[in-house]
Design a protein around this ligand. Structure first.
Ligand code: IPM
Ligand code: MG
Length: 358
């Protein structure tokens, strides 16, 4: 198979982890006889520094013509403490999602057995947890009208959804539920918010098209509680942009670390695959970032954008094997991990590459 992949490292540890993610893609290409070509482009803080904008036109054009995008992270601490900054790295991410029509963000929360102890949740509560989140990604309060009024003393953001936006993501979630345990949980705040009442109405209207899937509705506050209390009760979860943002960070603790979680953003155009962790400037350049989320993002890329299931599974098996062999990055190590098994970014990547080529 011939494919063109755009690597967009972005900020912070993005460059370190996508370097390893790309090595894994190339190793898979050689092992399975595919021909992947690569290009790179800027986004986020590095793009602002180089061009003055967080998503240069050149990057967007390259994204649209690529077969898939392997993405790193965006963000810089400089902006976090400066709410008045007009140009911000995150704008690049949001514009990319909108311009590429990436309305469905898939965040699989899968716990590798070896990491049961890396989580702060009790192993018996966690064992067997396997959740697939569908987070809506191009609507909601992220894209609604926002404004400062009253001479800057008042501000508002608008939580807004249209039926078609809810319908297309909810249908994707139903389809996925069909291939899994046939359970779908829709999360909203319909007891308070009008946009959530619309959300729930749409889910209820679509449900009869999927009679084999059992649907439940949870309010976001209850869902946040149940996720920690009994993660195994969830299978496929569908929710809006903001609730999904918060709930999936929470759910990352089920997997032991943010450093383990991959995500796929798909929709009308090129799919984008990225870790759910951010740019992590506190560890940038130290070579200690966990590359497994980027490696698992590469697996999602092969599976979803290229339909290469066997290749994707080979990557997941490699991650499993390397964890079973006891190797850890610092973020997933625990008190029992021997110092010599704690690896840096590239060394962890090398273990995966060795397993794949063995
Ligand atoms: C995410 C991130 C982004 C979001 C930030 C960086 C804008 O937290 O992808 O989850 O809120 O969507
Ligand atoms: Mg987030």
């Amino acid at each position: 198979m011939k494919k063109h992949i755009l690597v967009v490292p972005g900020d912070g540890i993005g460059a370190e982890v996508t370097t390893v993610g790309k090595q894994v893609l190339e190793t898979i290409a050689q092992k399975f006889g595919h021909e992947f070509t690569y290009d790179e482009a800027l986004i986020g803080h590095v793009a602002i520094e180089a061009t003055g904008t967080a998503l240069p036109d050149e990057t967007l054009t390259k994204m649209k013509s690529a077969d898939a995008v392997l993405f790193g992270a965006v963000g810089h601490p400089k902006y976090d403490n400066d709410p008045s900054a007009k140009v911000r790295p995150e704008q690049g991410l949001l514009k990319m999602r909108k311009e590429l029509g990436l309305y469905a963000n898939l965040r699989p929360i899968k716990l590798f057995d070896e990491l049961l102890d890396a989580s702060s949740i009790k192993p018996e509560i966690l064992r067997g947890a396997d959740i697939l989140f569908f987070r809506e990604l191009t609507g909601d309060v992220y894209f609604g009208k926002r404004e400062r009024i009253d001479e800057g003393n008042t501000a508002y953001d608008t939580m807004i959804y249209s039926k078609y936006e809810v319908e297309r993501i909810v249908r994707k979630a139903f389809e996925a539920a069909r291939t899994r345990s046939k359970k779908l949980c829709s999360v909203d705040k319909a007891n308070v918010l009008e946009s959530s009442r619309l959300w729930r109405e749409v889910v209820q209207a679509i449900a009869p098209d999927y009679p084999d899937v059992t649907v439940e509705h949870q309010f976001i506050d209850a869902a946040a509680m149940l996720l920690i209390k009994d993660p195994k009760r969830f299978d496929v979860v569908v929710t809006g942009n903001l609730f999904g943002d918060i709930l999936t960070d929470e759910a990352s603790q089920i997997a032991g670390s943010m450093g383990m979680l991959a995500s796929a953003s798909v929709g009308d155009n090129t799919g984008v695959y990225e870790p759910i962790h951010g740019s992590a400037h506190d560890i940038t350049g130290k070579g200690v970032a966990n590359p497994l989320a980027s490696i698992l993002s590469a697996a999602l890329l092969l599976d979803i954008s290229f339909g290469l299931k066997e290749e994707a599974q080979a990557i997941i098996d490699a991650v499993d094997a390397v964890l079973k062999a006891g190797f850890r990055t610092r973020d997933i190590a625990d008190a029992n991990t021997p110092e010599e098994k704690i690896l840096g970014t590239q060394a962890m990547g090398d273990q995966i590459l060795q397993y794949l080529t063995a």
